[in-house]
Design a binder for this molecule. Structure first.
Ligand SMILES: [Ca+2]
Ligand SMILES: [Ca+2]
Ligand SMILES: [Ca+2]
Ligand SMILES: [Ca+2]
Length: 302
């Protein structure tokens, strides 16, 4: 008798087999253009369902391909840690702003018997202000009508390769010369990056404005230096039709009011004068005045 019953606990450890390949979720990262080689882009993390902390889940990383290929491999990947670094210093958003990398993970620490999985990593290249604006043309010509104000005289387009609609792209315009009388204003059209030159005061003196030279400076907001300039020549357009109409009207007045001894079609021009009392003038063609009713501003012949 005396049978003793012994309880024994039995622990069975199932030894892990390397039967799971590494796998990757899609990973996305950013890097600023012109970042120095060695700058960290992102941490790449592969997964492996085999036992953590064993060689069965120890992943070794490498880049399989880069798209677009560009001038060569722009990134390097630490095979042990999975950290992605900049390899070359010439990351240029204006050339390539987005890279797609196919990466590969091999378990067994990269050993020859390791299982392999691949994944995709996307890297966006962020903009810096590394392009100066230029003006589309170096000379602009514009015309305004006399005695008109608050009109757009011309639009001056700035070209900038940096990120469209960002501060790096948008230009600030100013008139450097020729606007001493403050007859112009210039503002940026934020949609098109054009300087909109406006005449804000009426211009009466044709000669003054006809020779005005306006230099527009384009200054990037981030950099306080002159970066582009253009010469703007502006002419005031005298309303010829209106002047001619007036002349013709007055010709008819002369015809009606004055008995002229010469053919009006032979006249070369007019000068305005005021002759309140004498009511006549004489030139080599002996213009004679017979009218008594012409009392306002008259045309004299020469
Ligand atoms: Ca594994
Ligand atoms: Ca660039
Ligand atoms: Ca710029
Ligand atoms: Ca840029």
């Amino acid at each position: 008798m005396g049978r003793k019953q012994r309880m024994m606990s039995l622990t069975v450890t199932v030894l892990d087999q390397n039967d799971n390949s590494p796998y990757f979720e899609l990973q996305m990262g950013n890097i600023t253009e012109e970042s120095k080689p060695g700058s960290v882009v992102m941490q790449i993390k592969g997964n492996d369902n085999d036992e953590a902390g064993t060689i069965n889940s120890e992943i070794s990383y490498r880049i399989v391909s880069q798209e677009p290929a560009g001038t060569g491999h722009m990134f390097t990947l630490d095979r042990k840690t999975g950290q992605l670094y900049v390899k070359e210093e010439n990351l240029d958003r204006e050339t390539i702003d987005f890279y797609k990398l196919v990466i590969e993970g091999t378990d067994m620490g990269g050993g020859s018997s390791g299982l392999v999985g691949t994944g995709t990593v996307e890297v966006k290249v962020l903009d810096i202000n590394d392009n100066i604006p230029t003006l589309e043309k170096s000379e602009y010509d514009g015309e305004v009508e006399e005695n008109v104000a608050d009109v757009v005289v011309m639009r001056i387009k700035a070209l900038d390769k940096d990120l469209r609609h960002s501060d790096n792209w948008l230009s600030v315009f100013k008139i450097a010369k020729g606007n001493e009388d403050n007859i112009f204003s210039i503002e940026t059209d934020k949609e098109t990056n054009e300087g909109v030159l406006k005449l804000i005061k009426r211009v009466l003196e044709v000669e003054v404005v006809a020779v005005a030279e306006v230099v527009a400076e384009v200054v990037a907001e981030a950099a306080a230096e002159v970066e582009a300039a253009a010469e703007l020549d502006l002419e005031v357009e005298v309303d010829q039709d209106q002047d001619q109409d007036q002349d013709q009207d007055q010709d008819q007045d002369l015809d009606q009011d004055l008995d002229l001894d010469l053919d009006l079609s032979q006249m070369l021009g007019y000068a305005k004068a005021f002759d309140p009392e004498n009511w006549f003038t004489i030139d080599e063609k002996q213009l004679r005045l017979n009218s008594t009713g012409y009392q306002t501003e008259s045309h004299l012949l020469w």
